[in-house]
Design a protein around this ligand. Sequence first.
Ligand code: RNT
Ligand code: ZN
Length: 417
Amino acid sequence: MKEELIIKAYEIARERYAALGIDTDKVLAQMQDFHLSLHCWQADDVIGFENAGGSLTGGIQTTGNYPGRARNIDELRADILKATSLIAGTHRLNLHEIYGDFQGKKVDRDEVTVEHFQSWIDWAKENNMKLDFNSTSFSHPKSGNLSLSSPDEGIREFWVEHTKRCRAIAEEMGKAQGDPSIMNIWVHDGAKDITVNRSLYRQQFKKSLDEIFETKYDNMRDCLESKTFGIGLESFTSGSLEFCVGYCAANDKIYTIDTGHYHPMENAADKVSSLLLYVPELMLHVTRGVRWDSDHVTIMEDPTMDLFKEIVRADAIDRVHYGLDYFDASINRIGAYVIGSRAAQKSMLCALLEPIATLRQLELEDKGFQKLALLEECKSMPWQAVWDMFCLKNDVPVGNEFIPEIEAYEREVTIKR
Ligand code: RNT
Ligand code: ZN
């Protein structure tokens, strides 16, 4: 796209926004400071590198068999770099434990150490990326339906050991990058049918978490992710909303909002201002729920835009970590990264472009018509010109120009796998 055209459109947009009291240059600077934590698992359908061809368990599922899945660490790294080359700004990478550099050796989950992530730490440094981390309770012979909440002490202790080791790894990542690594704990624990020992499993889960968090670290942060249900585990989830929010509030832990983890009519955005009164920070897993926990690619839809608006309106930009979490195996996977990341960025941009001071004042003065009218007008303000400028400044494709780039990478690289 012609550079002059983008600049011209931006200048007009700048004036339009200035009339509403918004400084678009400042917003562009804020956008530069907005870092996503890109989930590594979209590239390979959440399989990881433990054993080639292992299958996904734990109530999550990828559907589709689009060609070109990353089959090893080199392919995954290349795909991530391709994706980030099409996304403005600098971003973090969110690794799961099963993505360790195991060099073909069998390393069980209770044996993993930082040495299995040293090459990731080096790679991330070379590529100006910071790492976040996740323990992995699924896709393992000991996963069963219950891991950290298992009544079987042997199983429970195995997963406690795993999770403790993951925290130690996250601590080393944080140290190496001079910035805390955010470590998420999500366990699939649940049951398919009517469950009578709910209390027992939740007590076990709490006991496990207390043990896991005994060691205090300075270079990593813990977060806990709740869920409504998993596939095949429809009737009970140990880590329900109440369990996780309660635990995080009582123990000063970060709560993870996965936008696909609530009832379809529930508004994830509305949780932000409540949660932040009781938990120190939030981690996001931005995804697109379609009817159930479907992990569709994030797009710029109302729930996503509302979430980012609520974060900005709550003055909480710096109290949130912006992870993505979806896995679509039915379309080009690099394309999936780019669509979702750009959609999250666009949603943040629109949130930053809101005339929030005016809107707040109108609401306080009970001027409901004026507030609603302004909110409606915001939708057709030229935010797209600011977005294009952001891409231009960051030297990434403007508009749909990233499509042929992904097609070329598919032709040259992924289709040959
Ligand atoms: C599953 C959770 C969890 C996973 C990843 C792979 O429902 O959302 O965050 O998607 O850990
Ligand atoms: Zn998630």
